[in-house]
Design a protein around this ligand. Structure first.
Ligand SMILES: Nc1ncnc2c1ncn2[C@@H]1O[C@H](COP(=O)(O)OP(=O)(O)OP(=O)(O)O)[C@@H](O)[C@H]1O
Length: 208
């Protein structure tokens, strides 16, 4: 379970949020909402340990994420605004490296199956700079198919996807939650679940 207590973040002279407390148990999707600039990405980056909050505690399985360090990173899959895809490498090569960095290498057969599931059969061996924006995003999202991480933190994962890819991503998120995982995401898209719970958190600018 992800457990957040009294979290506060300020960027520049703006207090984005404070006294934020919530929990994301297993089998739960937390949908973070709020207008542009309300602090959604800032919150997600703090939850990943990429940004130090001004106050508050973030615990995973009862321990502070700072203390857990690498153990937390192993349990976490973060999907940020930048796809994390290297343009000169093929989809297959990118995913090999991503799995290695996630400290859970998988064989090429598993990667090729996952790329086929995401609709990139025939594009596995092209440098990703030769792919469309949506196809690049699909390469990046293939990490979700291969992931065994119990916690997914996804920042606007639906952007640039067509209808079929949106359906597939909704399915992957629903499977992650049904399999006992936790998901935190920002999106303007609804994500129907087959099993599990949806929680909603709306960020409004805090008063100074
Ligand atoms: N590195 C930074 N230095 C100073 N201010 C920043 C920095 N990064 C973000 N901000 C500010 O923090 C505020 C929140 O940004 P954030 O990206 O978290 O919002 P968001 O809710 O994700 O927005 P959007 O919906 O547009 O993606 C914005 O006003 C932004 O200008």
């Amino acid at each position: 379970m992800l457990d957040v207590t009294d979290l506060a973040c300020r960027r520049g002279d703006r207090q984005l949020f404070r006294s934020l407390s919530f929990q994301v148990p297993a089998q739960t999707l937390l949908h973070v909402r709020g207008r542009n600039g309300s602090g959604k990405t800032t919150l997600l980056r703090a939850l990943c340990g990429l940004l130090r909050p001004d106050a508050g505690r973030i615990r995973w399985k009862g321990k502070s994420i700072g203390e857990l360090a690498e153990d937390y990173n192993r349990d976490l899959l973060y999907f940020g605004h930048l796809n994390g895809i290297k343009a000169d490498l093929t989809g297959l090569e990118n995913l090999r490296i991503a799995r290695t960095l996630d400290q859970d290498p998988v064989g090429d057969d598993a990667i090729l199956d996952a790329l086929a599931r995401i609709g990139l059969e025939g594009f596995e061996d092209l440098p990703t700079r030769m792919l469309s924006q949506g196809q690049k995003k699909r390469v990046a999202l293939t990490r979700l198919i291969l992931s065994k991480a119990p916690l997914w933190i996804l920042d606007e994962p639906f952007t640039a996807l067509d209808v079929d890819a949106v359906d597939l991503l909704q399915q992957l998120i629903a499977e992650q939650v049904a399999d006992g995982g936790s998901v935190v995401l920002t999106t303007h898209q609804e994500v129907p679940l087959t099993q599990g719970a949806i929680q909603r958190l709306t960020l409004d600018e805090a008063d100074d």
